[in-house]
Design a protein around this ligand. Sequence first.
Ligand code: 5AD
Ligand code: SF4
Length: 442
Amino acid sequence: MKAHIITYGCQMNEYDTHVVASELVSLGVQLVDTVEDADFVLVNTCAVRGKPVEKVKSLLGKLRKEKARRGILIGMMGCLAQLEEGQAMARKFEVDILIGPGAISEIGKALDAHDKFWDLSFRDDVNQLVAPPPKGALSAHVAIIRGCNHRCTYCVVPTTRGGVEVSRHPDLILDEVEKLKAAGVVEVTLLGQNVNSYGRDNPSYPTFAELLRLVGGVGIPRVRFLTSHPVNFTEDIVRAIAETPTITHYIHLPVQSGSDRVLRRMAREYRREDYLERIRMIRDYLPEAVLSTDIIVGFPGETEEDFAETLSLYDEVGFDHAFMFIYSARPGTPAAKHFEDMPREVKVARLQQLIEKQKAWSLEKNRRWVGREVEVLIRGEAKESGFAEGHDRGNHPVLVPGEQAKRPGLYRVRITEASPHLLFGEVTGKLYVPEPIEAASA
Ligand code: 5AD
Ligand code: SF4
């Protein structure tokens, strides 16, 4: 059998795709790069906002036509599969296999089934799945915890990925990280809906701060983590980052809003001042930390004053970067049930204002790197012709002249110029540039 997987959404979805792809390969399935070459097409879906849901819908429409033409098998996994909204789509578009994020360990059984296979359970063995190192990759993800104990009123994640945090056994995590190191991976990102809560569900496991020290000690030169929740981002975590040289000083700490009234309606469990206190603590320990955040604009009932508070919080923190979203009412969430959405024009106008602010701050923050040397993980050619692209330890995208970094690897780069979204630089040294796989195995 030949399978093709299409992935939408966050890093956790990418990781799950990698896990499922590895399972398929171990069952003798061949992975192919296009729908046309496949007889099984698996869509890994995202449901966090309306946009990715629309994308999945139109893709499923195309796949149903392909099925009518030549009888392919259609599979659906990821967050949308877990929601009634996605299941209705699956029925309409004749999806054969539907597995929720808690049931990806069932992929083999699903393929063996001769009829429709649907599994939406949350299975213990999902956390036992071990992902082999991705071939030739310098960067890799490792899941450390699944599910989320928080109940933000706008968010589908507790429904789709489980409302109870379940940490993965530390031995499995460390084993996976050791294997990545042996395979030449130089950057590992620890993943979870809320990584800060790691270990809280099992007293015999290390805390997140302890886990950071353990993973940081394995010897992979860059260790990062996503995503954090301000309530659980405690001082021991920041101390572990400060005292473990391999952990990057890039902190993504979603704030969502700067208004206490909105934060309360979102059920974020902190106030603006608590968030600012966290930022001060981070800067005390990590003065050069690169800070990014998530912000939702146009949450139901957000007034001009509330939005002004978000803008002023942005100024108070001076984020290096922000991921900004227009509120999207998601079926089944408390916010969608109890609050009324606001006109789209208002939301779009606010987003525009926030983007202007973000650009100005990013430019100012990016300029502080000009003239300095940073470590850049070059991934390959950039879409800007003549350049190679990568990112530094602060997660800034960096471009260098292509002839200076012909192969992926870790380079030392002197930053020469900054724009709001990019740093430009010149390579001053090679830190780790592996031979291409073909040459190495020849
Ligand atoms: N509408 C808009 N943005 C959302 N996010 C999560 N749910 C929604 C929603 N219903 C954003 C949050 C979160 C990020 C992953 O997606 O900012 O941190
Ligand atoms: Fe959603 Fe993140 Fe809140 Fe969990 S912590 S409910 S994933 S926004």
